[in-house]
Write a protein that binds this ligand. Sequence first.
Ligand SMILES: Cc1cc2nc3c(=O)[nH]c(=O)nc-3n(C[C@H](O)[C@H](O)[C@H](O)COP(=O)(O)O)c2cc1C
Length: 166
Amino acid sequence: MMVLDRQRMDPALYRDAMSRYAGHVQLVTTALGKERRGVTITAACSVSDSPATVLICLNNSNEKNDIFFNSGIFALNTLGADHQSLADAFSGKTQLTTDERFASGKFETLVTGAPVLSDALAAFDCRVIEIKQASTHNIIFGEVMGVRYSEPKPALLYMNRGYHAL
Ligand SMILES: Cc1cc2nc3c(=O)[nH]c(=O)nc-3n(C[C@H](O)[C@H](O)[C@H](O)COP(=O)(O)O)c2cc1C
């Protein structure tokens, strides 16, 4: 018997197509004990307003992301155009230590204890309600326990493999 394999989309072709997709840049943060971590992401969205729920997608092959899968909390910090250097710091582009990365912004805590960026366009302080593995990434669902938002200001988008202000 011959079994035909499903045709696989070429990852490079997929990434080329995705480069036309504008994503709002987010800084997702967490803390466990004395440890903190933040990662620049675009894979995040709202799921529901009742109960207020968001989701984020994080690479599960990077061991440094394990803290997100164990801490039970995260903050989704929506970045403004003035946060581009922060986005660079937390994407590993500049070889900074975790403390140096966090020193690039002002952080505080709201409800859960996850680091919240004080001047984020919006910040969603979440407790993890579900983690689903999807191949290379884990989808983390968070119930929003606290929010804060700033006066309207330009947003930081990522499109055509570069940052843009909207
Ligand atoms: C614009 C942009 C969007 C990104 N989106 C994601 C994402 O949605 N999920 C993810 O796991 N990593 C994403 N990354 C990659 C992480 O930021 C990066 O792998 C991580 O911070 C590695 O840094 P490290 O040196 O701390 O390991 C993105 C990076 C950039 C620059």
